[in-house]
Design a protein around this ligand. Structure first.
Ligand SMILES: *Cc1c(COP(=O)(O)O)cnc(C)c1O
Length: 442
């Protein structure tokens, strides 16, 4: 499969290059030249297949031309060592729990898949030199990437995080691992961490000294595998309903997760329509209303993994529905609003939703999932069955959830195990010269 850039000014890339580079030379996002439609027999039998079998079929459509099929199966089966149940919350609203992975985040799937795919390419080429992944995090991405790459030979990961600005639970998910994971505690804010990573990628001397790559969420190997979730959800719903019209609702920040669902839809996934649920960062919501995309600085909210003011995968959605920029802006907007609607909730509304849902149903929503749940409450029509993604385990936001619901959320064993480990990190200033010196000594 060849990959082109959404900006249309970069050379066509193969999968290996798209994964190692992340971003195209013209700073556009890579898109596969073809999205394969899956055969009718696949959808007819999907409810009899396991999550891993379904995912392998989907992965073959994306990556089957570029990865040996046995190896691909191995990568998929290794990535999906956990379940993603669809749980009934009330009436016609279901929660697709994406938080049963190693760090209890839906990003685990993309991170692990990317780690294993990168390793496959390194081995194929008999590459001797170690590859170094740099990742800046405000919490969730760092833990998913660190755990996804943990123990993967030939790759070293440096996680840069802002000192004192990530929750204690998140921090121990990437500072206690050891092995090929190094946590770098930057005396600054998240933007400083991101700036250090960007400067490192642009520094010629450093790039000669070591092979650097990113594990950013715009990477095709990180966002595409999330489509597995939606096919599996459809299969599990199909077991329950033979002819319900499914509405998928995705709490969105950078729009990678919903974008993978939209790729699934293009492959024939029978979902009637989608809802993108936002917190107070309502840039996409406004785009749906007005047709104008006006990025802003992000606002801090309770659902902080969705605090994004310029969603990076917006360009992919536009590219998908403009048929690679061949349609007018109006026609593209029309196609998008026909399939996707939006919702936006501020912190007060998020709290209210969490309380109401808990009182009424006993289900504990985290602040991100709450946006998805409420968007279904507000937007479901007669005859529709709604499935929202619960993107994080409520214990990951324990302080907030306990406070809002006046409960004591149980911490799952897996999360508690991280907290028993010993924290190890490298202190760093936000000055690039210091960071560069450190990397030059590795
Ligand atoms: C990353 C994240 C999101 C947003 O996903 P996108 O793919 O960036 O839209 C939502 N909820 C949680 C808990 C996350 O970690």
């Amino acid at each position: 499969m060849k990959y082109y850039s959404t900006n249309g000014n970069a050379p066509i890339a193969d999968l290996h290059k798209a994964v190692v580079k992340g971003l195209a030379e013209d700073r556009g996002l890579y898109m596969p030249e073809e999205i394969k439609i899956l055969p009718k027999t696949f959808f007819d039998n999907i409810h009899e297949m396991s999550f891993q079998q379904i995912a392998y079929n989907v992965a073959s459509a994306f990556f089957g031309e570029d990865v040996d099929l046995d190896a691909l199966q191995d990568i998929v089966y290794d990535t999906l060592s956990f379940d993603c149940p669809v749980v009934k919350v009330k009436d016609n609203i279901y929660s697709l729990e994406l938080f049963h992975g190693p760090t209890l985040a839906f990003k685990d799937v993309g991170a692990r898949f990317m780690a294993r795919l990168l390793q496959y390419f390194i081995r194929m080429e008999g590459q001797k030199e170690e590859v170094n992944v740099l990742v800046a995090t405000s919490g969730d991405t760092g833990s998913a990437v660190a755990n996804g790459f943990l123990g993967v030979e030939g790759i070293h990961v440096y996680v840069l995080y802002p000192k004192g600005k990530v929750s204690p639970i998140q921090e121990c998910q990437f500072t206690t691992l050891g092995k090929n994971i190094t946590a770098i505690e930057v005396d600054g804010v998240f933007d400083d961490c991101q700036a250090l990573v960007k400067s490192a990628f642009m520094d010629e001397e450093l790039n000669k000294h070591m092979k650097l790559t990113s594990a950013n969420s715009i990477n095709v190997a990180r966002f595409l595998p999330q489509a597995f979730y939606y096919f599996n959800a459809y299969a599990r719903m199909k077991e329950k309903f033979s002819n319900g019209q499914i509405v998928m609702c995705v709490p969105s920040g950078n729009f990678g997760n919903i974008c993978s669902a939209l790729f699934g839809h293009q492959m024939g996934l029978p979902v009637k329509r989608f809802i993108a649920a936002n917190n107070a960062n309502d840039i996409f919501y406004k785009y749906l209303q007005t047709g104008k995309y006006e990025p802003k600085a992000s606002i801090q909210t309770l659902a902080n993994a969705m605090d994004v003011g310029d969603p990076s995968n917006f360009a992919r959605i536009i590219n998908l529905y403009s048929k690679n920029n061949t349609l007018t802006d109006e026609a593209t907007h029309h196609r998008i609003t026909n399939l996707i609607s939006g919702a936006t909730y501020n912190d007060e509304q998020i709290k209210e939703t969490m309380c109401q849902c808990y009182e009424e149903t006993g289900y504990i929503l985290d602040p991100h999932g709450a946006c998805g749940y409420q968007a279904l409450e507000d937007g479901l029509q007669e005859g529709e069955i709604g499935v929202f993604c619960e993107t994080a385990h409520p214990a990951k936001f324990k302080e907030k959830v306990d406070d809002i619901l006046s409960i004591d959320v149980e911490i799952p064993d897996r999360l508690a195990a991280f907290m028993k480990g010993t924290k190890q990190c490298v202190p760093m200033t936000k000055d690039f010269a210091d960071f560069k010196q450190y990397l030059m000594n590795q």
